[in-house]
Design a protein around this ligand. Structure first.
Ligand code: ADP
Ligand code: MG
Length: 247
């Protein structure tokens, strides 16, 4: 990144438990505008819970999360605004099965922004071109491969013109030959300056695309460093072992 870092999402001493199990333990960090953060760590370490807390799919117990200076909480009006600023892409693509690709992408702008159909279609087609899916606009999800569905899911998230994109293991459910086409779309997004937080096991993507790699361990951010430093000079044996397993 060049110039001054502008904090966009600030996480301050956030805790979250499910019953007696504390999943986030005093997590504090800042995500800056234009920055690509990759989050890695063992299954169950709290990565998804942090992403879900950021857009309030999961309320946190204590501490604060702010987006653009405004706290994430139960204020319904504010939450709707924040959710439109935070795009999310999941491991399971979650497209609406009974709707065409085009309708999947135009749904939120039409329902929430009240964008007229013609304009929504035009914007959606531009997004579908961006993810290489313009020739599939009138197909249904079941007619697409997993990689194609995930690219549509990215276009759908972009349709609300979010300021940040959260990705939760976006390629983990894909057949290996489809992983790259999705990573390529994400790489292009990063190149275009999108602020991104990406939970992934794709170490190549982390090395090449991220500004920062964060290692989660049992509900804590155990390490946070630029990729070169993170991979070339692992901070401890747990991280070294994790990188080794991931290749
Ligand atoms: P990760 O994404 O790093 O694999 P998660 O954030 O999904 O980890 O989960 C962290 C821990 O919290 C896991 O032990 C998981 O079983 C538990 N957990 C997550 N969501 C819930 C839930 N809704 N109810 C109970 N336990 C949960
Ligand atoms: Mg997860």
């Amino acid at each position: 990144m060049t110039g001054q870092a502008t904090p966009f999402i600030v996480v301050d001493r956030v805790c979250k438990s499910f019953g007696a199990h504390q999943v986030l333990k005093d997590v504090s960090t800042t995500f800056n505008t234009g920055e690509v953060t990759v989050i890695i760590g063992a299954s169950g370490s709290g990565k998804s819970t942090l992403l879900r807390a950021i857009n309030r799919l999961e309320p946190h117990d204590s501490g604060t999360i702010t987006i653009g200076g405004e706290p994430v909480g139960d204020d319904h009006h504010l939450l709707q605004k924040q959710r439109s600023e935070v795009g999310m892409v999941f491991q399971q693509f979650n497209l609406f099965g009974h709707m065409s690709v085009l309708d999947n992408v135009t749904l939120a702008p039409r329902r929430i922004r009240h964008t007229q159909r013609a304009q929504a279609n035009e914007q959606a087609m531009a997004l579908l071109r961006r993810v290489g899916m313009q020739d599939h606009a009138h197909k249904y999800p079941w007619q697409l491969s997993g990689g194609q569905q995930q690219r549509v899911a990215i276009a759908r998230a972009l349709a609300m013109q979010p300021k940040v994109m959260l990705f939760d293991e976006p390629t983990s459910a894909l057949d290996p030959e489809m992983v790259q086409e999705v990573l390529d779309v994400m790489r292009e997004l990063a190149r275009g300056g999108m602020t991104m937080i990406v939970v992934t096991h794709e170490m190549g993507f982390a090395r090449e695309v991220s500004d920062r790699v964060m290692f989660f361990d049992q509900g804590r951010i155990a390490h946070d460093a630029p990729p070169a430093e993170f991979f070339n000079n692992p901070a401890n044996d747990r991280i070294r072992a994790f990188i080794g397993r991931m290749g």
